[in-house]
Design a protein around this ligand. Structure first.
Ligand code: GLU
Length: 333
């Protein structure tokens, strides 16, 4: 049977237009999905390809409203036997957050593959067309099933849990620094090295009822960036503004100064979830290294960077989990 891959477009540089191909200025999210498909005629060699426009934004303007619509559309489409996989086109700025959100909320073992571009569609050496071709090839590939949500960029296949954007302009921007690649894809030819070892998609406790009423209410969670002499009352401003949980983008192994530890510890003791993550781009954050998380009541993010830790904390809080249960989430997802 011919593979049927649906491409859901959300915008980003892959749909961006510069009109000055050798300069850096451009607008993301200008081209529609059909034009993107038409610029890569070879997609037809991979199967039946159809597209749908979900949004057309630079990914710095992605919202949870769009993400929930996207998840629920994916979950509906995946129920159809004739859909083999889904590609989501997306800006690269927040691609890792969307990939991780979908990794927790999509309820299917079929491939979901995000892709994008670092160069606009009409730039010199635009990278979007080949990224789209490779992403569709992975989505059409039965061997990509049960690997969670994947990101295909620059011939690499990344897992949603591990990848992070590391360069503001280079086409080689995404790395999976702690756990490595899921695989590679070269002009549509795939190779796989591993299955992601954390719970995801159809095995996630969040995905089975995510798109059924009552829809989960995602509470506000703020990220606070640690630095020399950081003001401890940033936490108070966040909580006063309605945050129900806090992620600290800590220095080093999730550290913060003594004044912030004291304030955060008081908030944790009165029930606020305080997650220690790190502003360092690679490595894990562990419990009880330079402070006693057991007595202070803090949660550590393990491998998740602050942006992904925020998403997991939002979902954990929406399920009304305790601090201990939320700590366990960070070891499971
Ligand atoms: N800021 C834009 C976005 O994330 C451009 C980055 C990109 O797509 O490469 O949509």
């Amino acid at each position: 049977m011919k593979s049927h891959v649906k491409i859901l477009a959300t915008g980003g540089t892959i749909a961006g237009i510069t009109r000055t191909p050798a300069r850096s200025g451009y607008h993301a999210g200008q081209m529609g999905i059909q034009d993107m498909i038409d610029t890569v005629p070879d997609l037809k060699s991979l199967g039946d390809i159809s597209g749908e426009q979900i949004a057309n934004v630079g990914s710095q303007d992605m919202t949870f409203e769009i993400l929930i619509r996207l998840t629920c559309r994916i979950n509906d489409l995946m129920k159809q036997d004739d859909i083999h996989g889904i590609v989501v086109t997306h800006g690269t700025d927040t691609m890792e957050e969307t990939a991780y959100f979908l990794n927790l909320s999509v309820n299917s073992p079929k491939p979901v593959v995000l892709t994008g571009a670092m160069r606009p569609a009409d730039a010199i050496s635009a990278d979007g067309p080949l990224n789209l071709f490779n992403a569709v090839a992975v989505a059409a590939d039965p061997n990509a099933r049960e690997r969670g949500v994947l990101v295909v960029m620059n011939d690499r296949i990344h897992g949603a849990h591990s990848l992070t954007k590391t360069n503001t302009t280079s086409v080689e921007t995404f790395l999976s620094p702690v756990n490595g690649l899921v695989g590679t894809v070269n002009y549509g030819k795939t190779a796989y090295f591993r299955f992601p070892f954390r719970r995801h998609t159809y095995l996630s406790e969040f995905s089975s009822r995510f798109c059924q009423p009552p829809h989960p209410l995602l509470p506000r969670v703020d990220i606070i960036y640690a630095c020399i002499d950081m003001p401890p009352d940033l936490i108070d401003f966040s909580l006063a503004g309605g945050a129900k949980g806090i992620v600290i983008a800590g220095d080093g192994n999730g550290n913060m100064n003594q004044a912030t530890i004291k304030n955060a510890g008081q908030k944790a003791a009165s029930g606020t979830c305080i997650v220690r993550s790190s502003r360092v781009p690679t490595g894990t954050v562990s419990r009880n290294v330079e402070m006693n998380d057991d007595t202070l009541g803090f949660i550590v993010s393990d491998e998740l960077n602050p942006a992904k830790a925020r998403i997991l904390l939002m979902l954990g809080l929406s399920n009304k989990y305790s601090q201990d249960q939320i700590q366990q989430l960070f070891y499971s997802y």
